[in-house]
Design a protein around this ligand. Structure first.
Ligand code: U2F
Length: 451
């Protein structure tokens, strides 16, 4: 079904949030499994610069970086909202990638034998068909979020007929503890006029026609949902947790001394705080969190996006028992025995890494799949709590910290997360299911070349 002479794969990354990082991790691991294959990794210049530098200089003969346009109009002044940047990017994205793939083939001096893309890129189905090559789609969030996109029409019908956002989604298997209000906005929004919801809506319909769908997850979690996805998606493979599977092979860079600082604390005594790649909770909530930390005196490590000096009170910055850094080696931080709680926005990588470290979560979700991830951690897996009213107040944070660090309930959460922690590490071992699925993936993407 493809030209038998080429061993060149084009990889199409989504340049926002933590999408490109795990994808490059996957490519890197695949490249180890199939050393004769060469990859062209396509994303915007900005995304490629940060992703490639984060992985260390791995651009070599086998993995080439190709920059595509960001879609911003001439003279666009940066500093706008992330959503605006994304809307510009989506406008004409298929065409830009098409040109990028042609450029990649020219640069490598070799045609493309397979397309691997972020699962968002539904248009790759048509590209792959035209090129007569397989399409491997990579979903970077969890199984539950993926299922809501596949079932978007059923969910929309349900909302129309029930009218309430508070009702549980008990008509979806495994969702009886989840409400409409917990789902990603793009799945529930009535209007499909805006670019991003429209884009994701199309994805839900195109994904079942990929050659293979990969997920950054492990098979042992949410088994009912996993088997449903397995029955509805071709070659559905769990190949996660990617940040742990690949990152653990290289020593962490700890420029701000987080790990030695944690070494000086007793087990389960520190709260780690991070809201992912962007600064998202508003200033008054950051102030409420700061007040709660000051009052409780609980040691904290805060990976703070933005200007901490301008945003956090002096008392907190000078508090002897706290450490504020612009970036932390999060995977290793969460695995450190002194970390007992994680205040998080519930980004999927953070959720997996929290499980990897055996640390219960306190969730302050911001957008997309994050509410669903936090609610699942709280109501289904029993390994975290949401904040009262979904936002940070001083009393709400104090209560959540008390629950996780100082109560029987917290102990139970730690036990439950400990069980998942053992399973996630088992999946990532060289003989584990995720590693086996990697070998299966290597077969899918290289199969016909060996024939
Ligand atoms: C988008 O997620 P985010 O980028 O907002 O957040 P995460 O999925 O949690 O990923 C953050 C990653 O950055 C790392 C951390 C995670 O791997 O270990 N990190 C770090 O190493 N050091 C730091 O100081 C801070 C972060 C999106 F917003 C989410 O809704 C999606 O679930 C997610 C995946 O699709 O992408």
């Amino acid at each position: 079904h493809r030209p038998a002479t080429t061993n060149h794969i084009a990889v199409l990354a989504f340049p926002f949030g933590t999408h490109a990082m795990p994808l490059l991790g996957l490519v890197r691991k695949l490249s180890e499994a199939a050393p004769h294959v060469r990859f062209s990794f396509l994303s915007t210049a900005k995304s490629n610069a940060s992703t490639f530098s984060a992985w260390g200089s791995i651009e070599d003969d086998r993995i080439k970086r190709i920059d595509i346009g960001d879609g911003l109009p001439e003279g666009y002044v940066l500093g706008g909202k992330q959503g605006d940047l994304m809307e510009h990017f989506l406008e004409g994205v298929a065409e830009r990638f098409k040109h990028g793939v042609e450029a990649a083939a020219k640069e490598m001096g070799e045609g493309i034998g397979c397309l691997i893309s972020d699962a968002f890129y539904w248009f790759v189905e048509e590209m792959a068909e035209e090129m007569k090559v397989p399409w491997v789609a990579v979903w970077t969030s969890g199984p539950r979020a993926l299922l809501t996109h596949l079932d978007t029409d059923v969910i929309r019908e349900h909302i129309k007929s029930s009218g309430s956002r508070e009702k549980p989604l008990d008509f979806l298997p495994g969702f009886s503890e989840i409400r409409v209000a917990d789902l990603p906005e793009e799945v529930v929004t009535e209007s499909l006029d805006s670019p991003f919801p429209k884009f994701l809506y199309k994805m839900g319909h195109h994904l079942p026609r990929a050659t293979s769908v990969l997920i950054n997850c492990f098979e042992e979690i949410d088994k009912d949902i996993q088997s449903l996805l397995n029955s509805r998606l071709p070659n559905y493979l769990n190949v996660g947790p990617l940040s742990m599977l690949v990152l653990m092979q290289q020593p962490p860079s700890d420029d701000h001394g987080c790990l030695p600082w944690l070494d000086n604390h007793p087990p389960n005594s520190v709260v780690y705080i991070s809201f992912g790649g962007f600064l998202c909770p508003p200033p008054h909530e950051l102030a409420a969190l700061a007040d709660a930390l000051l009052e409780s005196g609980i040691p904290f490590l805060w990976s703070f996006r933005g200007n901490a000096e301008g945003s956090l009170p002096k008392g907190l910055r000078e508090m002897g028992s706290g450490k504020i850094v612009p970036w932390a080696p999060q995977v290793q931080v969460l695995m450190h025995s002194s970390v007992g709680a994680f205040v998080t926005h519930g980004g999927w990588n953070s959720v997996l890494e929290s499980i990897g470290g055996g640390v219960p979560m306190i969730g302050r979700p911001c957008f997309g799949d994050q509410r669903l991830n936090v609610k699942t951690a709280e109501n289904v897996w029993g390994i975290g709590v949401s904040l009262e009213g979904g936002v940070m107040t001083k009393s709400g944070v104090l209560k959540a910290l008390g629950q996780v660090l100082g109560s029987e309930e917290g102990k139970l959460m730690r036990e439950k997360v400990g069980i998942l922690q053992a399973l996630i590490h088992k999946a990532a071992e060289s003989t584990g299911a995720s590693s086996r699925n990697f070998s299966r993936l290597a077969e899918i993407v290289t199969k016909s070349w060996d024939q």
